[in-house]
Ligand binder design. Structure first.
Ligand code: ATP
Ligand code: MG
Length: 658
């Protein structure tokens, strides 16, 4: 029996295709990734050396899974196992591929083999330096904002020079150009690349150096790219270069699952493929193997409302199945309790925790969900950053701790210059050494105004309840203003910060002073436990929590999609009530991605009241729910009344984290 026997005829034709361009288009769960891995195996069996094969995906998790799948397939193939074909295919993300090439070509880049790859914080630090060097005020020109602007351009394959040559006399673009030039100088000086550079510089290097290009084109003769609908200009160009003259390039994707438009991804790259390679073989996959009929019917109904798409409909042979449950709850705590209870029931029935996923549109939602799971002692794992490890949450807590405890040096170090106040390392060292007297007068003044903020917070703590105090701190510290200026991530950070206010309200009934102290220690213990937890064995078989974005490409038997409320999902964000059709369609694609993760059962839950940005909102159910048909939905029983739950509700505090 051949490994190809597990494929349907269309999948098989794609897997058996060995030469020339190949485009595989299919809806969710139609076996795109499966076909791609089988194609790789088939190539190896047909005599292509594994090391000539390259496969690129978007996330580390997806890359790891693909490498595992290929390895597992290879291991089952006796002919390959005993053959003389050494090596393995190169499976990478776009970023890791870039880092690999830049490292190998260090002579050309001049940044050595041990260049650093800057994370978000590092990038901001360096940008701030560049802003100051340009004699600009980082308070006025926020590093984050400039970072987003530059990142966008890098994704479009522009460099500091090409950008400067392109911009006219417009004020902000000129500022960006100036800062960017200085920022690049600093990157070179520090022998560093930022995240976008990994793709940008690799692409430029391969375009400009025929010798280097030839080397990689010879090395990787067969290229595969999964989730191609989410490529931006730079990634598109890189794929094209790697495809070389041989055109042995296979791209796989689903335009309905393009969810990174806000980062410059362009699903039209899928459509351009046929123009770029007129001789491309196109394979359409239409059978979904993942989900039951009801789930798939819902998915089809959701996506067909989008106008900018090619019509395609998926079918499944898994007839019927469980209906989709729509669950209405009072608030986010009840939502979490319902989910935790249902998880507990499933686990009691023998379901593995890891077969359950809880998805949310916005990160801040994870806090209430985590708490609900902890209360029922359900093992869980958060993909991404756990609530208390989030930078913005740490900032807010650091302000409060520093205000209440003048010796909290780690906290002072964290926030002295957040938001930017022009206080650098030297100042910090002196402040920590208690040597503020020797600071230059201007700096002294800045430190003094920082101290004033802390004193204000300390004074507020004498009379305010914990939730009020947190709210006050977010504003008084300048963090709110800082977040509001960051168009890309600011909103999410602010949501998370305000989620602390919601948490704080649970401590409001404790005696003054005791409330905030308990909250601070609970928070410290919770984040500590979080970081330990990820390494314990118990966590591996755990319920998965993640954003819908992070769930792309994955599948789970049981899926909860939470926060199905208007303005949360679809998410409105800074645009407020302004209707932006492109964004709305992307939200709908996101909902399609969420529903199609499920194999057996979907729960869609919404809360009538939810605390967002620290205030209790009354919600209307998501408009997405209106698109679903009676034929495959059912309304879950009224929640609440469960005695155990009620008790928990009253005594509930963060102490449950213990
Ligand atoms: P997504 O759009 O979510 O990335 P996909 O198109 O990449 O989905 P896969 O993840 O490859 O789909 O496959 C979905 C599920 O269907 C997997 O569990 C896979 O093993 C199964 N599957 C795919 N093709 C077949 C087939 N021909 N026979 C049986 N099962 C299949
Ligand atoms: Mg896939």
């Amino acid at each position: 029996m051949s490994h190809l026997d597990s494929l349907n005829p269309a999948q098989r034709s794609a897997a058996e295709h060995t030469t020339g361009p190949l485009l595989i288009i299919a809806g969710a769960g139609a076996g795109k990734t499966k076909t791609l891995t089988h194609r790789i195996l088939n190539l190896i069996k047909s005599g292509i050396a594994p090391e000539h094969i390259l496969a690129i995906t978007f996330t580390n998790k997806a890359a790891r899974e693909m490498a595992d799948r290929v390895r597992a397939l290879l291991a089952t193939e006796a002919s390959v196992r005993h053959g003389a074909k050494a090596g393995e295919p190169f499976v990478a993300t776009f970023h890791s591929l870039g880092a690999y090439i830049l490292r190998a070509e260090h002579e050309a880049t001049g940044r050595g083999t041990h260049f650093s790859i800057l994370d978000d914080d590092d990038t901001n630090r360096l940008l701030k330096q560049a802003i100051i060097a340009q004699q600009l005020d980082p308070k006025q020109f926020e590093p984050r904002r400039l970072k987003n602007a530059i990142s966008r351009e890098k994704g479009e394959l522009l460099t500091a020079e090409t950008y400067a040559a392109r911009v006219g006399n417009e004020y902000f673009p000129r500022i960006v150009a100036g800062v960017w030039k200085e920022y690049e100088r600093l990157l070179v000086q520090e022998k560093a690349f930022d995240f976008d550079d990994l793709i940008l510089h690799t692409t430029l290097l391969l375009s400009e150096r025929p010798d280097i290009r030839a080397k990689y084109q010879a090395r990787w003769t067969h290229i595969h790219i999964d989730e191609y609908q989410d490529t931006n200009v730079a990634q598109y160009k890189l794929s094209k270069i790697l495809g070389g003259d041989q055109h042995n390039i296979c791209v796989v994707g689903d335009t309905d699952q393009s969810i990174y438009g806000w980062r410059g991804a362009d699903f039209r790259n899928m459509m351009i493929f046929e123009e770029d390679y007129p001789d491309a073989t196109v394979v359409l996959l239409e059978e979904n193997y993942r989900s039951t009929e009801h789930i798939l019917a819902a998915a089809n109904d959701i996506i067909k409302k989008n106008k900018v798409r090619k019509d395609k409909t998926l079918f499944t042979n898994k007839k019927g199945g469980e209906k989709i449950s729509i669950v209405s709850t009072l608030d986010e705590r009840e939502e979490a309790r319902f989910i935790a209870k249902t998880c507990r029931d499933l686990i009691t029935q023998g379901v593995s925790p890891k077969d359950i996923a809880i998805l949310y549109r916005a990160n801040f939602q994870s806090r209430a969900l985590e708490e609900g799971l902890l209360a029922r002692d359900i093992p869980y794992q958060v993909l991404g950053v756990k609530f208390f490890n989030r930078m913005e949450v740490k900032h807010v807590l650091a302000y409060i701790r520093a205000a209440l405890n003048p010796d909290a040096t780690a906290d002072i170090a964290r926030i002295l210059n957040v938001p930017t106040r022009g206080l650098g390392k030297t100042t910090l060292a002196k402040v920590l050494a208690g040597d503020e007297a020797s600071l230059p007068p201007a700096t002294k003044e800045k430190v003094a105004s920082f101290r004033t903020i802390l004193a204000d917070i300390a004074r507020a703590a004498e009379t305010y309840t914990p939730s009020l105090l947190i709210r006050y701190t977010i504003k008084q510290s300048g963090l709110e203003e800082m977040f509001l200026k960051d168009r890309e991530e600011g909103e999410e950070r602010l949501e998370n910060a305000y989620e602390l206010v919601a948490l704080g309200s649970k401590y409001d009934t404790l005696p003054l002073g005791e409330g905030i102290a308990t909250l601070l220690s609970d928070a410290a213990l919770a984040s500590d436990q979080d970081s330990l937890g990820t390494h314990t064995k118990k966590q591996v078989d755990a319920v998965r929590l993640m954003t819908v974005h992070a769930s792309k490409g994955l599948e789970f038997p049981y899926v909860f999609i939470t926060g199905m409320e208007q303005d949360l999902f679809p998410h409105r964000g800074f645009d407020g009530p302004v209707r932006n059709p492109e964004r709305e369609e992307e939200e709908r694609r996101l909902f399609y991605v969420a529903v199609t993760r499920a194999e057996k059962k979907v729960w869609l839950s919404y809360a009538h009241m939810r605390t967002v940005f620290g205030s209790k909102n009354v919600n209307t159910p998501s408009e997405f729910l209106m698109d679903l048909d009676e034929a495959y939905i059912e309304t879950a029983e009224e929640i609440g009344g469960d005695e155990e739950d009620t008790e928990q509700h009253e005594g509930e505090r963060m102490i449950e984290y213990l």
